[in-house]
Ligand binder design. Sequence first.
Ligand SMILES: C[S@@+](CC[C@H](N)C(=O)[O-])C[C@H]1O[C@@H](n2cnc3c(N)ncnc32)[C@H](O)[C@@H]1O
Length: 201
Amino acid sequence: MFRSLNLNPDQIPTKKPVKKDKERWNARYKEFTGGSASPDNLLVSNSGLLSRGRGLDLACGHGANSIFLAGRGYWVDALDISHEGVRQAQSRARGLKLEVGWLVADLDDFPIPQGIYDVALVFYFYSEPLLPKILGALKPTGLLYYSTYNYRHTSLKPDFKPEYLVPEGGLGRLFPGLRILLDEPEAGSEGNLSRLIAQKY
Ligand SMILES: C[S@@+](CC[C@H](N)C(=O)[O-])C[C@H]1O[C@@H](n2cnc3c(N)ncnc32)[C@H](O)[C@@H]1O
């Protein structure tokens, strides 16, 4: 059972045809059943910045980062379009006796609650129209941890959709309302990752 985010009924997206992305990710997570999922190094190595409060993990997948945050004492809302990913995440969290507010939702039209989160996580998901909503989700002093593939990734995976990649220049310049704590536009051994840690003023 998925805990609800206390949304107004008229904020809940209406039913629509199943998306290709959802099917693709469900199939992938089914294949990976039982596989290990570790929290991202950006989060773990910089966890000294964390305190307590309310956390948000967007496109949480099988939930390693949400679970890490919940283990640090945060009350976490974690969303993904894949019910299979969320099911695995929920089962892993339950095994660890950690409570997380899991939700199956499509971020293309999900009304992300605004101004209530002390920390927001986005790992390996990029959608340009979502950026203002991510920024808006944070409280003043709220932290954003963001790491995902950038435009250089197409040299490794030519069929990766360019709209899912961070453009040249990195993530920091896309969040003008944040104080940058770490901005690595071309990280990783291939330079195909953009990483950001930033804080709302
Ligand atoms: C590369 S995985 C990353 C998962 C997780 N953040 C991690 O780092 O392990 C991308 C995730 O985005 C989710 N996703 C793709 N499109 C989405 C959408 N429109 N709304 C919500 N989640 C979506 C997929 O289901 C998948 O779990």
